[in-house]
Design a protein around this ligand. Structure first.
Ligand code: CA
Length: 233
């Protein structure tokens, strides 16, 4: 199995080194940054499976950094480290997209257990999967849709929608669940936006007529691959 990649963003030098050593020893591939901006750069360069982030960071705080990371890549998990302990921080952390939260000081064993749990909890949501969609091949990790010699890179939202549709195996995915999972709220404005994204995906999948994203009015969408439809055309 490919080793999981973890990005540590922690400005305390000693703690960053201890974390790097401990996680490397535990078999993870580790990259580490000392501030929020460097964290973002390493995030883009390494596509980590999990980010361990301090909240109080120079140049860009942990919440802001993770919010930006989440808008770039859906599949990464986030664990915040914090010296602060009031409940509001926890709420802010989860709003920013934290999957888990641990208070400093912590025992390294506890951190390792939490990391393992996060990575295995989301193991079946493993993003390194290539799906066949008719004549297309869709790499949900790289967010690339390929047909023959042509490839298209999807935006994060396009990729999230297509991944949800392809994972549901032809069953309807409700607009509400797509909106809540991807946008974070199911307002009418976002519903309009979802419709626009689906139109874009339809255009990307247009070259194979057996592939169709069907609208179930008032409910949601389903992705169908019907070879007979193609022969009939
Ligand atoms: Ca700090």
């Amino acid at each position: 199995m490919v080793s999981r990649r973890i990005l540590i963003v922690e400005d305390e030098d000693v703690l960053r080194r201890i974390l790097t050593d401990a996680l490397t020893c535990a078999g993870y591939e580790v990259v580490a940054a000392a501030d929020g901006e460097q964290g973002l750069l390493l995030f883009d360069a390494h596509c980590p499976d999990l980010v361990v982030a301090d909240i109080m960071l120079p140049r860009m705080d942990g919440f802001d950094m993770v919010r930006r990371m989440r808008s770039r890549r859906e599949a990464t998990q986030y664990l915040f480290l914090s010296a602060r302990s009031d409940a509001e921080d926890v709420v802010d952390g989860f709003k920013a997209g934290a999957s888990d939260y641990i208070r400093k000081p912590f025992a390294m064993n506890e951190l390792l257990v939490r990391i393992e749990a996060l990575l295995s909890r989301f193991a079946d949501a493993d993003d390194r999967i290539v799906f066949d969609i008719g004549e297309y091949s869709y790499d949900s990790s790289a967010q690339i849709l390929v047909r023959g010699a042509k490839s298209v890179r999807l935006s994060s939202r396009e990729a999230s929608i297509l991944t949800a549709l392809v994972r549901s195996h032809g069953k309807v995915v409700s607009s509400r669940s797509l909106l809540l999972d991807i946008w974070g709220d199911d307002s009418y404005y976002n519903l309009r936006s979802l419709n626009v994204y689906v139109s874009k995906l339809r255009a990307m999948l247009h070259a194979d007529s057996s592939v169709e994203i069907i609208s179930e009015r008032g409910i949601g969408y389903k992705l169908c691959v019907d070879k007979s439809r193609k022969n009939g055309k």
